[in-house]
Ligand binder design. Structure first.
Ligand SMILES: *[C@@H]1O[C@H](CO)[C@@H](O)[C@H](O)[C@H]1NC(C)=O
Ligand SMILES: *[C@@H]1O[C@H](CO)[C@@H](O)[C@H](O)[C@H]1NC(C)=O
Ligand SMILES: *[C@@H]1O[C@H](CO)[C@@H](O)[C@H](O)[C@H]1NC(C)=O
Ligand SMILES: *[C@@H]1O[C@H](CO)[C@@H](O)[C@H](O)[C@H]1NC(C)=O
Ligand SMILES: *[C@@H]1O[C@H](CO)[C@@H](O)[C@H](O)[C@H]1NC(C)=O
Ligand SMILES: *[C@@H]1O[C@H](CO)[C@@H](O)[C@H](O)[C@H]1NC(C)=O
Ligand SMILES: *[C@@H]1O[C@H](CO)[C@@H](O)[C@H](O)[C@H]1NC(C)=O
Ligand SMILES: *[C@@H]1O[C@H](CO)[C@@H](O)[C@H](O)[C@H]1NC(C)=O
Ligand SMILES: *[C@@H]1O[C@H](CO)[C@@H](O)[C@H](O)[C@H]1NC(C)=O
Ligand SMILES: *[C@@H]1O[C@H](CO)[C@@H](O)[C@H](O)[C@H]1NC(C)=O
Ligand SMILES: *[C@@H]1O[C@H](CO)[C@@H](O)[C@H](O)[C@H]1NC(C)=O
Length: 602
């Protein structure tokens, strides 16, 4: 695997390095280790978490993510929960009873977390999983709660790690795989007086990520999901102007107005029946108003199975749905009407999924739509996140939903989201550079910028002169009237042409993107078992207050950095090769080493 990184340092403006990781088994960059040892005033880079490269789930297939739990580390696979704030794991009880006769049950549930073999497991007690939206959907379970080390990524990938992270160990069927919670809310246990910080909060506290934020898309049957902590991957979505404030209810922060739903020319939901829905990747389906479900039934010829309460699809229906090949477009806004909107289009392939035990007796195709009982149930689940990229910023309390761009060979473009209070380090006092040195550096930088700008201007002028000369030959008068056309947009500036640095800021050369890559893995075994059943409830029960009043997030305090300049300006990104290993691009070897210098201001 090739890994390229470009870095702009205060002294040298630009230096680029290319690392070959083929024999280093995906480790964190050396520069990252350096950065970690330095004072906490260094702003860390976002962490790009690679998917597990498995397709998992009893109602998918869905792209899962690798997690290590306990000591020694146990590898499990989980789904990302945009709503959850703890890590849910599966215990061996989850493959007993009815599930016991499924061959490969443990594998199909993403592997167990055996608390009894972990040296660092600290048991707490038995609580409900207690996520408010899931409870509203009738999905709740009891689980053994405790604390243990949780590390993102496969073993040896050097992913971020949190000791004493809150873990639920569950045995029931509501959630077939475990989940990894992205929400920074703390967990409040009646057995502990202090709120227990979430994984994200702990990463932010120990300065492993630049802010309490993430960018995520669930991926679909053809391309793996993508998760960035402390930033987002610009290559995965089309930019949109729509930014939405978090919902007033802390447990429903990713609330969007669904202004309309359309398939072709047919409206499935009109402005008169627009509604609010929660984006929540914890669940797989779209939970929509009954009138909208009826419109879907008419448009797609779906038939509701009253017994299983799913839209099951038999082979004849599947053939006609494939022939129809209808896509569905959601128009979303801050509210249910007006304002900026964004459109997310799901092709029929996003609905062409399979459901298996424990949800139905025999595996069958289905359409991932559920009838919501009332407006607290309206949810856009993982199905929606196959084609939507969400960027959530818990410090500014806003988020963005944008249509995904699925380009098989596109390289990631990781962008940092800075804390609102963070400032850029520019040879600050903490690193022992005197004022004189800073002045020297500033002058040096300005001089280099001036030289490069001059060179650029000179080259442009030459080009234009050539052009003019050519034009003059044909029509002298026209050429005389023509003024030189303005430069292209700053973001489109040729990355090789020079430096496009706003003068207000400087970059920290030590920043690197953390990269966690997963090795290629075979698909999870397909599951087929002829029963449907439930396990008996077990154990005691304590109250677990999952919900907190608004604005009680554990936020990272200002870490009193000593800086010379404000965080108005620049951000550097490097290119990473696409590490996804699709069958159709595995042979692809992009030899050209491109370097991008990208600017972004906050
Ligand atoms: C960071 O710098 C401050 C002041 O220079 C110092 O007190 C503190 O111990 C340093 N922290 C670390 C983690 O090095
Ligand atoms: C841990 O628990 C599992 C299932 O409950 C059991 O099979 C296994 O033997 C236990 N391991 C140890 C070391 O106690
Ligand atoms: C953050 O905490 C983890 C363990 O919880 C530790 O390995 C890591 O070095 C810490 N990072 C920093 C920057 O302190
Ligand atoms: C975003 O806003 C700009 C300026 O208002 C406009 O030119 C652009 O088309 C908008 N983009 C989208 C995706 O709406
Ligand atoms: C939306 O409006 C169209 C015509 O205006 C109508 O045919 C359709 O039934 C409406 N759909 C819903 C879900 O109300
Ligand atoms: C498939 O489902 C449709 C709708 O429920 C039904 O009319 C049809 O008979 C079914 N076909 C088969 C082969 O079961
Ligand atoms: C279905 O439609 C999409 C565009 O909406 C197209 O890309 C795809 O090839 C079509 N599939 C089939 C089987 O026609
Ligand atoms: C499930 O499949 C088995 C055999 O494949 C069949 O005997 C059984 O009747 C099926 N069950 C249902 C509920 O369709
Ligand atoms: C919504 O419906 C669910 C399931 O029927 C029910 O449990 C819940 O109380 C209802 N909520 C409201 C606010 O009516
Ligand atoms: C949040 O708001 C800020 C300032 O209004 C904006 O710059 C940023 O893009 C927004 N973030 C998201 C994720 O929408
Ligand atoms: C969470 O814990 C804190 C401190 O123990 C307490 O003040 C707060 O009321 C708890 N939150 C809920 C929702 O019970």
């Amino acid at each position: 695997m090739r890994f390229q990184a470009a870095a702009l340092s205060a002294l040298f403006l630009e230096s680029a390095a290319s690392y070959d990781f083929s024999d280093m088994a995906k480790s964190i960059l050396p520069a990252q280790k350096l950065a970690k040892r330095e004072n906490t005033t260094d702003i860390p880079l976002p962490i790009n978490v690679e998917a597990s490269q498995y397709w998992d789930g009893a109602d998918g297939p869905w792209s899962s993510f690798p997690l290590q739990v306990g000591t020694p580390a146990q590898d499990i696979r989980v789904f990302v929960s945009t709503n959850g704030y703890t890590t849910w794991t599966v215990k061996p009880l989850g493959c007993q009873g009815m599930a016991g006769s499924i061959s490969g049950c443990e594998e199909s549930r993403g592997e167990f977390f055996l608390t009894n073999t972990s040296l660092t497991w600290v048991p707490n007690s038995i609580f409900q999983l207690g996520l408010p939206n899931e409870m509203a959907l009738g999905l709740d379970d009891e689980a053994n709660y405790g604390f243990d080390t949780v590390t993102l990524g496969w073993q040896g990938s050097g992913g971020p790690s949190v000791q004493h992270s809150t873990i639920a160990n569950m045995g029931y069927y509501q959630f077939w795989l475990g989940t990894f919670g992205l929400n920074p809310q703390p967990a409040n246990f009646t057995t502990y007086t202090d709120p227990q910080p979430s994984f994200m909060t702990q990463l932010k506290r120990n300065n492993t990520i630049p802010s309490l934020s993430w960018g995520y898309t669930a991926g679909n049957q053809y391309l793996y999901g993508s998760l960035v902590l402390g930033g987002y991957d610009q290559s995965k979505f089309e930019p949109t102007n729509l930014t939405m404030p978090f919902g007033a209810d802390v447990s429903r922060d990713l609330l969007v107005g669904v202004q309309s739903i359309k398939t072709g020319n047919a409206g499935l939901s009109n402005s008169s029946d627009a509604f609010y829905a929660l984006i929540d990747s914890t669940v797989a389906y779209l939970y929509l108003p009954e009138s909208v479900c009826t419109a879907f039934e008419n448009a797609f010829g779906l038939v509701y199975d009253e017994y299983y309460q799913y839209y099951l699809v038999n082979d004849t229906m599947h053939t006609s749905l494939l022939a129809l090949n209808k896509s569905v477009t959601f128009t979303l806004g801050q509210s249910t009407s007006g304002g900026q909107t964004t459109e997310i289009t799901l092709p029929y392939a996003a609905f062409d999924l399979e459901i298996a035990f424990p949800y139905v007796a025999n595996s069958t195709r289905y359409f991932p739509l559920k009838r919501a009982a009332n407006d607290t149930q309206y949810t856009l689940g993982r199905t929606f996140l196959q084609e939507a990229y969400v960027v959530a910023d818990y410090e500014r309390r806003n988020f963005t939903v944008a249509p995904c761009v699925w380009e098989q060979n596109s390289a990631s473009e990781i962008r940092t989201i800075f804390s609102p209070d963070s400032k850029f380090s520019f040879g600050g006092k903490s690193s022992g550079i005197s004022g004189g040195a800073i002045a020297g550096i500033v002058i040096g930088v300005l001089a280099i910028i001036a030289i490069l700008a001059g060179a650029l201007w000179f080259m442009r002028r030459k080009k234009q002169q050539k052009k003019y000369a050519a034009v003059e030959l044909e029509a002298k008068s026209l050429a005389a009237a023509q003024t030189p056309s303005g430069p292209s947009s700053p973001m489109k500036e040729d990355p090789h042409a020079g430096v496009n640095t706003p003068t207000g800021g400087e970059l920290d050369g030590s920043r690197q993107v953390h990269e966690i890559a997963g090795p290629s893995k075979p698909n999870a075994a397909e599951m087929d078992a002829p029963w449907r059943g439930e396990l008996d409830a077990a154990g005691g029960h304590h109250e677990f207050y999952g919900k907190l009043p608004q604005n009680t997030f554990e936020m990272e305090g200002n870490n009193e950095p000593i800086f010379e300049m404000d965080a108005t300006a620049t951000q550097l990104h490097e290119l990473e090769p696409d590490t996804r290993r699709q069958s159709w691009d595995s042979g692809d070897d992009r030899g050209d080493e491109k370097r991008y210098l990208q600017m972004q201001g906050y």
